[in-house]
Design a protein around this ligand. Sequence first.
Ligand code: PLP
Length: 487
Amino acid sequence: MSQSNPTKIKFFSGQDIPVELHKVRVVQKLHLKPIDQRLEAINKGGYNTFLLNTNDVFLDMLTDSGTNAMSDNQVASMHQADDAYAGSQSFYRMEAALKEVFGKELILPVHQGRAAENIISQTFVRPGHKIPMNYHFTTTKAHMEINGGEIFEIYTDEALKISSNHPFKGNIDIQKLKDLIAKYGKENVPFIRLEASTNLIGGQPFSIENMRQVRKVADENGIMMVLDASLIGENAWFIKQREAEFANSSIKDILRTMCGLCEIVYFSSRKVSSTRGGGICTNSQVLFLKMRDLVPLFEGFLTYGGMSVREIEAMAVGLIETTDETVISQSPSFIEYAVNELSKLGIPVITPAGALGCHVDSMAFLPHIPQKEYPAGALAAALYLVSGARGMERGTISSVRLENGEDLLSDMELLRLAFPRRVFTLSQTMFLIDRLNWLYKNRELIGGLKFVDEPKVLRFFMGRLAPTSNWPEKLVAKFKQDFGDSL
Ligand SMILES: *Cc1c(COP(=O)(O)O)cnc(C)c1O
């Protein structure tokens, strides 16, 4: 790996471990409860990690959304927030930060990422439109489809391979893009969407070279480019680490280059700057005016967009901090450590390491569990039982049931273990790896799940499941045999 990673401090012992480049000043007590209480909690939560109370959770690795640690400067900035319905100074500080970091002059504030998607989709997507993208995000797809659009994922052949050493699995396949525009006509393609650190395929980045190729096709056809920048900091970090041309560039220059290639940049601040909120940015007065009037309608006045002024202040500071390599390197370095250690133990994970979290391939982990018994959901429940760590199922439970009553089996069965930015320490990461290792050695004890209460929409959020046999009790018995009365 590159020499320029600030978390990679050389150890006399030769150990290759990431170092936290911050100190902890406010702490929150965690709850690592005895395994019998964890069994009770997961039974009560219907074997769905979304339904656990964090009072019963040790390491909360469900998501990085709204769960990142704030810096002292972010917290301090909240005290200088300027309460005003219109014209708040807080807004102008955020506007200046966005101009500096993304290089865009015109900003529409919104309450979170999906609100930006609502405004962009309502403004530009019409029935019959085709929208090419590297990969969808759940809320993106929903907003485009509700406006009559159809999404097309034109990723490269590498994108869905679990095990790969391709540095940019988030790239768009340029030939597929050209074919798609030729087939449907450029007048039916309102824009091309690029998602930084492609969330649902393992936080995988695209390269600037790929962006430039997309730009060329866009220019040839007079189509605009829209960048989902929710996870842009990490994508910029990977570009610096993996794309030779940018090895000596600053993160700020890389961010400016990325944003400079797109007409519209939108983001969820829940990820990129550790606060609630979001925004849409552009340098085009024409595009700005097309979208502007929807902000007061759905979000709030143009200088707060549904956010509190305190959040706006913290967001401005968080955005600037994204350009600091000692900040933005932390989460990817911890994820890389976890992915490397798990790989060494033979545990199947998505490689190369990406942003957001590490993703365990549950079909390879639990080959004896058929997809219709939800291996990723079963693994999430089993890991919670033996460690108190909760991840998120990203497999068939997160998919849908078809009209014929069968599950639409998902492409991959992943257990996603998110690493919220600067929240967990190395020893906690090592604990997670250790318990996953024990689970892997005892994987034949894990059984499947079945729905007992299945909501019609977004069933993964509220759905309740039950084990297909008494495997959780057997797993608990083996745990006690090996760990005694240790938590
Ligand atoms: C989280 C996310 C969104 C949606 O943002 P919210 O703030 O949760 O509404 C959109 N795109 C990507 C890539 C995301 O990760």
